[in-house]
Design a protein around this ligand. Structure first.
Ligand code: ADP
Ligand code: MG
Length: 706
């Protein structure tokens, strides 16, 4: 259910429970920040002993406050915090921020305290941010609230930052202050006992002051809801999102009996989530700021063709290399642009991209070059490089950049290189909304990130159910299997019945339990055929000598039948043998693997990769969460390094990629509709040349009682 957190971010009155005059205390820091941050509402310090805090009349208990209180900020120890929430309920407060630490993060008794805290908040029907957080900041002039113990109130801006780590917040505020970066909202949400990143994103989606969203996450509360709200932010609200994700959860590392289980570490799940929801994942704070500055001040480019204008050859080449490396193209200028550049630049200048205005360039030369390249319709964005030579008029050049780009709907990023000589120029650029990077490489990489976001914003083929699947039959089969045991491994012959309900391309097959049945079964399946052992104890059939392919006639089948049984007994004398499975021998094709694995928080994760024994060594696989859009299935296929193999190499024809996509979407739907499927592998799916489809040649499903 969506929580209304508007009174946490935009309260008309705030009570600070635990406000004190004691130097060095969190209670004093929070209260002073509210006062000196210029909070526009009414403040009530709550302290049982003091008459006033910082000159403001204090009340002994929250219930003693005579006026309405929107937000309760809590800095008292855990037990008292729980009691405070009960009082907050009595006075009809609309939100709480619990800054106090000592809850879940300390383990042991803290876990129970946090459970009680959450319970108290829920009972009082009050949304709660925290505990164990730095607090909440809203720079909106009408609110001007610094309900945190950070040392700085950031300047107003269009960037929102939400963070699971409080300590990181203070560092981010400090860096931001040094770079003229402002924030709309700054929220540290700590242990997220109640309000999660998903609630915050919902708020920021609709927040008119926020145009870019930065987040630091250690985990995600619910993969599916996260994707849903993030998609609305990216595609509907068109707000770029950047995320730092740290910490790997242990679930991902656990050994599993399917390929997918062992390959789908949670990291892969997070990458999948970010990819599907239009979020740019960044490695660290430096990159976060690099991107945020540009996204916060420049339009998103419509394509990936860039122009470079430089007064130095070397840095121009570096920028060009970086552009190519990060997936950008160097724009090819039109004849008209070349003519204008030729006219306005000296004969020694290079008028082709990268445009070299030469070491002695003045701001006039820069101005002409920048104007001409930006007017060219083959250019989607530009990087301006300047190295400080003795004759370079740095400040004047910094002045012309914002003027020239005004009114042009294309991103322009600068790299005035160096620290000391260029500092006045850089300041001017930043104050006028032009991001500057110490080195061209960073500027180019940032522009590439913007181009990727622009590319994502293009209309997507949204998710559609691929077929009319027979979900109820599948559910019946699944429930039958789970009646006797809480976890059940379905082998190929059982698993195929589930796949059949979802319209996967299957091979003709039959299970044989007695030698007498062999002849009729073989006649039904037809030669050539394959034979496989069926035993609950033998998971990897070929390891046990339990697979025979290319059987041409009944005589061969009889021999194979006996061999398979002998091999199985030799492999594991305890194994219960249920029979031998006969299947049509599929023609040769490219073998791929499809898999899925259900993460407790993320939901079902679908995997795709090239089949064969190398899959686990090379880990050349891609992941997406189910349910997925058609475009996600497409990208999953294109993403693996071995995609070239599917496109056709060395005289081999291109594979039927549409058929793979169809199977991925069926698999996605299967996982979405049947929560008892914990893991599964289709390995191999044999894929034929374009237009000729594919066939499932092996499958296993692990069911788990819900
Ligand atoms: P397991 O994965 O348990 O070892 P499989 O059923 O996947 O056993 O069989 C091993 C290999 O045999 C497959 O990877 C595939 O190359 C081949 N194979 C299995 N079934 C067929 C079939 N019906 N048609 C063609 N080849 C098959
Ligand atoms: Mg297999």
């Amino acid at each position: 259910m969506a929580k209304d957190i508007s009174k946490i971010i935009n309260p008309a009155s705030i009570a600070v429970v635990g406000a004190t005059n004691r130097k060095g205390s969190v209670g004093l820091a929070v209260f002073s920040n509210l006062i000196y941050g210029g909070y526009q509402g009414v403040l009530f310090p709550i302290n049982p002993k003091a008459r006033s805090i910082q000159g403001v009349k204090a009340y002994p208990r929250l219930v003693d406050v005579p006026d309405p209180v929107d937000l309760v900020v809590i800095v008292v120890p855990p037990e008292a915090a729980i009691d405070t929430l009960n009082q907050a309920g009595q006075i009809g407060a609309r939100g709480a921020v619990v800054i106090t630490a000592g809850f879940k993060e300390v383990g042991g008794a803290g876990v129970e305290l946090e459970r009680r805290l959450k319970e108290a908040a829920n009972r009082a029907n009050i949304p709660l941010v925290g505990p164990n957080c730095l607090g909440v900041i809203n720079t909106d002039h009408d609110v001007s609230m610094n309900a945190s113990f950070a040392t700085k109130m950031p300047r107003p801006g269009n960037i929102a930052f939400i963070s699971q780590s409080g300590a990181l917040c203070t560092a981010v505020l400090d860096v931001a202050a040094g770079r003229n970066i402002g924030f709309s909202k700054f929220i540290s949400f700590g242990n997220k006992a109640d309000v999660t990143e998903i609630d915050l994103l919902r708020y920021l989606r609709d927040d008119p002051e926020t145009e870019v969203i930065l987040m630091y996450l250690e985990d995600i509360s619910n993969g599916r809801e996260f994707i849903e709200v993030a998609r609305e932010i990216a595609w509907d609200a068109k707000k770029p999102m950047l995320a730092i994700k740290s910490g790997t959860s242990p679930e991902g590392a656990k050994a599993a009996s399917s390929h997918t289980g062992s390959l789908a570490g949670s990291e892969a799940a997070y990458d999948a989530i970010f990819m599907q929801s239009g979020i740019q994942r960044v490695e660290g704070i430096t990159e976060l700021f690099h991107y945020a500055q540009a996204f916060g001040s420049q339009p998103v480019p419509k394509g990936n063709r860039i122009a470079i204008v430089t007064n130095a050859g070397g840095p121009g080449i570096m920028a060009t290399d970086a552009a190519v490396r990060h997936g950008l193209k160097l724009a090819k200028f039109s004849e008209a642009t070349l003519a204008k550049l030729k006219n306005d630049l000296p004969p020694t200048a290079s008028i082709h991209n990268p445009v070299d205005v030469i070491g002695d360039a003045t701001h006039e030369r820069y101005e002409a070059a920048i104007r001409h390249v930006l007017q060219d319709e083959n250019v989607d964005g530009a990087v301006i490089i300047l190295t400080p030579q003795a004759m370079t008029d740095i400040l004047e050049t910094a002045h012309i950049v914002p003027t020239v780009v005004r009114g042009i709907d294309k991103p322009v990023l600068c790299s005035f290189m160096g620290i000391v000589d260029v500092s006045a120029g850089v300041n001017h650029l930043q104050q006028n909304g032009i991001p500057n990077y110490m080195f061209p490489e960073a500027a180019v990489r940032t522009l590439a990130a913007m181009a990727r976001f622009g590319d994502k914003l293009k209309p997507q083929a949204r998710w559609v159910k691929p077929v009319q699947a027979d979900c109820s039959s599948a559910q019946m089969l699944i429930n039958e299997s789970l009646e006797l045991e809480p976890v059940h491994l379905m082998h190929e012959h059982e698993a195929n019945r589930i796949l059949q309900c979802y319209g996967f391309p299957l091979l003709r097959s039959r299970l044989v339990t007695k030698p007498e049945e062999l002849e009729a079964a073989a006649a039904f399946v037809g030669f050539p055929l394959v034979m496989k052992i069926v035993s609950p104890q033998i998971v990897h059939k070929s390891d046990a000598g339990g697979v025979k392919v290319g059987i041409k006639d009944l005589a061969e089948a009889r021999v194979a039948f006996q061999q398979i049984l002998d091999n199985a007994r030799a492999y594991n004398p305890e194994a219960v043998i249920e029979g031998v499975y006969l299947a049509e021998m599929a023609k040769k094709g490219v073998e791929v693997i499809l898999g899925a694995h259900r993460d407790p928080k993320m939901g079902p994760i679908v995997m795709f990769g090239l089949g064969g024994t190398l899959v686990e060594v090379l880990k050349d696989v891609s992941f997406r969460l189910a349910p997925m859009w058609e475009s996600s299935a497409e990208r999953m296929i294109q993403e693996i390094k071995a995609y070239k193999v599917l496109q056709g190499v060395r005289g081999n024809p291109p594979s039927d990629i549409e058929a793979i996509k169809d199977c991925i979407l069926r698999l996605s739907q299967l996982l979405d509709e049947n929560p008892q499927i914990a893991e599964m592998d289709i390995n191999p799916l044999i894929v034929y040349p374009k237009g000729q489809g594919c066939a499932v040649a092996d499958c296993r499903i692990i069911l788990q009682h819900q």
